[in-house]
Every structure is written in C-alpha cells, then in structure tokens.
Write a protein that binds this ligand. Structure first.
Ligand code: UDX
Ligand code: UDX
Length: 475
C-alpha cells in the first residue's frame, strides 16, 4: 500500500514536530495536521515563525521549508480524515481527575472521540496509528470502535476497512527534531504485516531498517510506558542518593560519574536535580500503577508508585532547605527563580518542579522574581493558579513585589537586585556564564545561591562571597 496522504489529529508537542519531520523527509507525502484548538492552529500558521506554539531547536527551519507545501495545519478535521490513507492519533491523554482510577488512570475520552470521528469520516482502507502514549490494550478499544463501523449493517454499502498500529513516540522535548531525525529506534506494533511494513516504509526514507522494531500491538504499548518508567526510575534513584551525599560528604556528580562508567549502567539520565517534570513520566508511571492494581499486582504497583513519591519528596525537600537556610522565614525576602520550564530548550512547563517549589515558597511568604527565557508570564500565572487580591497584570507592573506574590523579570542581571537568594531550577545555557562578582554587588547580604541543576561553578560563586548550596554536595 502506498501512502499519499497522512492526517495527524493533535497539533501538540508530539504531533507538530513529528509530522514536520515526516513531511520534510517524505516530499511525496502530503501531511495534514488537524486540531480542535483554533488558536493553536493559528499559531502553527503564523507568518512569524517565533510565534509557533511549540519551541524546539530546528523546528522553525523545517516549518519554513514545508509549510503550505506538503505540510498543512488546519481545523478541518472531518475533511482531512476523509482524504487520508493513514491517520495518526496524537491527542493528549491526561490523568483522570475523577471516577474510577482517578489520579492514576489515563483519561481516554479524547482518544475515543478521535476513533469515533475516524470511524465516521474515513473512506476506503485507512491505517490508524496510535501515537499518543496509551495504557496497554487501548488499541483494542480503537479497533472495537472501528470494527463496529466496518461490520455495521446500516453501513453495508460503505467500503471502509481499517488497520490499527501502535507507533509510540520517544522524542524528548528540547531535542525533539534531533530525536526524530536520528532515533535510537522506531517501534511499530501491529497484527497485520502489510500495515506494519507500510508504516515502516515511511520511516525507511531516513531511518535504517535495522532500527525499525516490529512487535505485536501490546508489546509496543507496554514498551513505551516501560521506557518512560525506567528513565524516571533512574532519576528518582539518583535523586535519592543526592540526599545521602548531602549528609555524608560525598558528591553526587562524582558518584554519578563513577557508576555511569560501568557500561552495564551507562552514563545517561544520572543527573540529580529538582525532580523530573514533563507531561509523560508521572502520567505513564501512574498508568503502570493503575494497570498493576487492576491486574491484582499490588507489589508491582507500590514499587512504581514509590518512584513518583520520591520525585515529590525531592521537590519539597528543596523548598524546605531553602526556608531553613534563610533563617526559617521567607517573609520580606526576595527570591529569584532561575528557570520555570521543566527542562532547558523548551517552553513547556507541564509538571515542572518549579511549580511545586514556587508554590511552597509563596506559601512561606516569599516575594518571587521569576526568570525564564521561553516561558511567558501568563503560563506561569496559570501554573501557579495564583489568586491574588491584586490583579495579575497590575502586580506585573509593580517594582515592589508584595509578600507571597511574584513577578516575571526578563532581564537576567536585573533579577538579582536586592534579592536574598537565587534558585536554579532549569539548566538554561545562559545561566552558565553569570558574573558572580556583579551578582554579589546586587544582592542583599547574606546572599544565598541554591543550585538544583549543578549549573554553577562552585569556586566562582563562593569566591565572590556568596553562600552556595548545590544538589548532592556534601561539602
Ligand atoms: C500528547 C500526550 O500527552 C502524550 O501522552 C502522547 O504521547 C502524545 O500526545 P502532546 O503532544 O505533548 O502529547 O500533547 P498536547 O501538546 O496537549 O497536544 C495534544 C493536542 O491534541 C492539543 O492541541 C489538543 O487541542 C488536541 N486535541 C485533543 C484534538 O485535536 N482533538 C481532541 O479530541 C483532543
Ligand atoms: C521523556 C522521554 O525522554 C521521551 O523518550 C518520551 O517520549 C517523553 O518523555 P521529556 O519529558 O520531553 O521526554 O524530557 P526528558 O529529557 O526525558 O526529561 C524529563 C525530566 O527529567 C526533565 O524534568 C529533566 O530535567 C529530568 N531529568 C532528565 C533529570 O532530572 N535528570 C536527568 O539525568 C535527565
């Protein structure tokens, strides 16, 4: 089967960049990305490439090359579904807020809604590809909805047929384009060989065939969840050791290097920090927890749940030690937050450790000055769910921040003015070249630097006269 038209439902952090790379690498395929969110689509179509809804290094160059050629963004969901030979489902699957499995299970209402739309509007033979990370056996739900349409007597005149594949995404934000262009592997799960090979052929335009793994549907779905759970587990493991380092005089960077040199362990994902964020890790682990409980495996559930608990603990541990070092009170103290995104090179703040840490500090009465090169103040306001007696915009224009309130500061150097402490929460590269003598002059004394990302040079900070706490530093 030759694919000529692809439709991707969901123009988010996954759908947008993934489809951009497919369009760029396969000029003969027409790719339509559709979304129910009009504003998001407008941003994807914005003539100013700085206004794209997703910030990813290398993305705007691809959009410039392909947009309105073989890559189009629109809200014409029905029309684009009806014309596509292959449909990617890349919509969000948040954790359920209420009902059975609340707080753990994924809410599949969007995926189900997409499957129903595909069932209704598709024509001819269509390959439906799960791109969203989903609980194991979700492909079964999609299949059931589509099959219903295939065999429905009222639709007997229609010639609709479907194949369902699982093709999870392994891109990490901030390096998405690179991860898509040179993936460690591409995973395709399915039960029809022809459908699997049809999708494999698209990837073969730029990915060596030996990197394209073919599995059954359920292995593919579970491999994606497990992959994220293993990565997150490494971070909780190293973060737990950071706390031991701080008590014993060991240095987490030295410990990480020493253990990472063992080729069986490997050196990646051993950076201790303020805890993992991002839209996937917590959600996917909680999915495994829910599945384990559902299948009567409570020991497995509690093993994975502890990874999330350790992550929460690490975030609150940092807030607590900031309060302790600042004499037990943050009232009338100005604290600079350096970085609000959940990692560098992205404007995404979902599950960012900065959210919990800032909330803790605001609760203690601190006045926060938040700096981040890519996150806008509206997003910060949304994340902190800030209920102030003053309106948010009014506060942003003030120079004196009220107790338990915050402002966004765009000038890095100005943000240190009269501050009692600065806390590094995201490893933005601009934070690597700070002039510490200059910072010392600007801050109120005694001044504290809290480095949760190991981004500072401790000698330089201490030589400038500043107090320094670094994650996992026992000295
Ligand atoms: C999402 C999931 O969170 C992740 O688990 C999965 O692997 C991929 O999809 P992401 O792209 O980061 O990741 O989500 P998001 O940026 O929220 O984008 C999803 C988009 O789908 C949104 O723009 C939303 O408007 C859209 N959507 C949702 C639809 O177009 N139709 C729907 O019915 C529901
Ligand atoms: C992750 C997976 O890496 C990716 O394969 C999957 O498709 C989606 O989820 P992402 O969440 O975008 O990607 O970023 P990632 O680089 O994995 O970082 C996640 C979090 O872990 C960030 O908050 C990051 O700062 C943190 N992290 C990462 C550490 O604290 N230490 C590390 O050593 C690595």
């Amino acid at each position: 089967m030759q694919i000529k038209k692809i439709c991707c439902i969901g123009a988010g952090y996954v759908g947008g960049p993934t489809m951009a790379v497919i369009a760029d690498k396969c000029p003969s395929i027409h790719v339509d990305v559709v979304d129910i969110n009009k504003k998001r689509i407008q941003k994807w179509n914005s003539p100013n490439l700085e206004e794209l809804p997703v910030y990813e290094p290398g993305l705007k160059e691809i959009i410039k090359r392909c947009r309105n050629k073989n890559l189009k963004f629109s809200t014409s969901i029905k029309e684009k579904i009806s014309k596509a030979d292959m449909i990617f489902i890349s919509v969000n699957t948040p954790t359920k807020k209420k009902g059975f499995g609340a707080g753990k299970a994924s809410d599949l209402k969007w995926v189900e809604a997409c499957a129903r739309q595909v069932a209704l509007y598709a024509s001819g033979h269509t390959i439906v590809v799960e791109k969203s990370t989903l609980p194991v056996r979700t492909a079964g739900v999609i299949k059931e909805i589509l099959n219903e349409c295939e065999v429905s007597p009222r639709k007997s005149h229609s010639n609709k047929t479907f194949d369902v594949l699982s093709n999870p995404e392994f891109l990490a934000e901030g390096s998405a384009i690179n991860d898509l262009i040179t993936p460690d592997r591409v995973l395709i799960g399915g039960d029809t060989q022809i459908a699997i090979e049809t999708l494999a052929k698209i990837y073969q335009n730029w990915v060596p065939n030996e990197k394209i793994l073919r599995t059954n549907l359920w292995s593919s779905e579970l491999a994606k969840l497990t992959s994220n759970a293993f990565l997150a587990q490494r971070i909780s493991s190293i973060n737990s050791i950071s706390a031991i380092c701080e008590q014993t005089g060991a240095d987490i960077r030295e410990v990480s290097k020493a253990i990472g040199s063992d080729s069986r362990i490997g050196s990646k994902f051993l950076n201790s920090g303020p805890g993992f964020g991002g839209s996937c890790f917590k959600k996917d682990i909680l999915n495994i927890v829910y599945l384990s409980e559902y299948f009567g495996l409570p020991e497995v559930a509690s093993f994975w749940e502890s990874v999330v608990q350790l992550n929460n603990w690490q975030q609150h541990r940092i807030s607590k030690l900031i309060v302790r070092k600042l004499f037990g009170t943050l009232s009338n103290k100005k604290i600079v937050i350096l970085g609000f995104a959940f990692k560098a090179n992205t404007n995404d703040t979902r599950e960012s450790p900065a959210i919990n840490i800032c909330k803790d500090l605001l609760e203690e009465g601190a006045s926060l000055v938040i700096h981040d090169p890519k996150v806008c103040s509206e997003q910060i306001n949304f994340d902190l769910k800030f209920e102030s007696t003053n309106n948010f915009e009014e506060q942003q224009n003030k120079t004196l921040i009220e107790e338990g309130n915050w402002i966004k500061e765009n000038d890095l150097s100005d943000s240190f003015k009269d501050a009692d402490a600065a806390v590094f929460l995201t490893e933005w590269s601009e934070y690597k070249n700070i002039n510490w003598d200059d910072v010392y002059e600007k801050m109120r004394k005694p001044s504290w630097i809290f480095d949760a990302r190991s981004i500072t040079n401790p000698m330089e900070v201490r030589n400038a006269g500043l107090n320094l706490w670094r994650i996992g530093d026992g000295l």
